[in-house]
Design a protein around this ligand. Structure first.
Ligand SMILES: Nc1ncnc2c1ncn2[C@@H]1O[C@H](COP(=O)(O)OP(=O)(O)OP(=O)(O)O)[C@@H](O)[C@H]1O
Length: 244
């Protein structure tokens, strides 16, 4: 499966955020999306999820070029940086409702809502509390859970894991890795170590465009210097000097 972004342009009034962006994402890979504050990472995710309309270009999905087609927003699971949850429901009510509505898309229909919540560390007592009384980390776990209990061809994670305790973060990382075989996973982060640990490819959103970082640099000691250079508009020779 491929997710293809073709000549995508998105502007808010006269502010161009994405300018003829092109990229092909493939299933079986985890992509790390890096960029400076305000570069447009969330905007790109919102376009892919069809939460936003765009000015020009196309976003398509398909097995290969002959098969590229428009897609249903339900094909995209999107974990927002700030949880969007119905605060008036308990964790258990929400997951039970979500599973009923998405019954045909569940990864494992035999796992109960209670078991799912327990799996991500929301204990039985917390399960019957209102979501508005959950901590940010707990809300993020529930948000992540709803994206992971369905079987999405594309999973977008906007700055995930930042609010998780070390045990939950490890659990979620393992969960994300277990989904990689069948999905296109793109996550945005400012934590370079996390990108190095999880990602097969690193893509920078810089100067309104997507630029790959050569994968031979990902696991090197100078990765941080290379990314900082690329995001600071240094020339290649200046970047190499920083790496020495
Ligand atoms: N709904 C909107 N209306 C107007 N401008 C917007 C809107 N959403 C985003 N922007 C602007 O678009 C630019 C890109 O924002 P975006 O949130 O996509 O950046 P980001 O890369 O996710 O940033 P960060 O790393 O800080 O989270 C910013 O200048 C932002 O102010």
């Amino acid at each position: 499966m491929e997710l293809v972004v073709k000549d995508l342009t998105k502007a808010f009034n006269d502010q161009v955020v994405l300018d003829r962006v092109n990229y092909t994402f493939e299933s079986g890979k985890i992509y790390g999306l890096l960029g400076r504050n305000g570069a447009g990472k969330t905007t790109l995710f919102n376009c892919i999820a069809k939460d936003l309309t765009w000015n020009n270009g196309e976003i398509l999905m398909g097995e290969n070029e002959q098969d590229w087609h428009d897609y249903n927003p339900l094909d995209i699971s999107y974990v927002y940086a700030t949880p969007h949850l119905p605060s008036f429901l308990t964790g258990l009510e929400f997951i039970t409702y979500f599973m009923a509505v998405n019954r045909e898309r569940l990864r494992d229909p035999d796992i109960s809502a209670k078991a799912h919540l327990t799996q991500v560390g929301i204990d039985q007592k917390a399960q019957t509390r209102l979501l508005r009384d959950y901590s940010t980390g707990m809300q993020n776990k529930v948000q992540m859970l709803v994206s992971l209990i369905v079987n999405p061809p594309v999973l977008l994670l906007d700055e995930p894991l930042t609010s998780f305790d070390p045990v939950a973060a490890k659990q979620m990382k393992d969960f994300i890795l277990s989904l990689k075989k069948d999905a296109i996973i793109i996550f945005s982060t400012h934590i370079l170590e996390l990108a190095q640990e999880l990602c097969d490819e690193i893509v920078l959103l810089h100067d309104h465009q997507l630029q790959p970082v050569d994968s031979k640099h990902i696991h090197t000691s100078y990765f941080e210097a290379r990314v900082v250079s690329m995001l600071s508009d240094k020339t290649d020779s200046e970047a190499s000097a920083d790496e020495d």
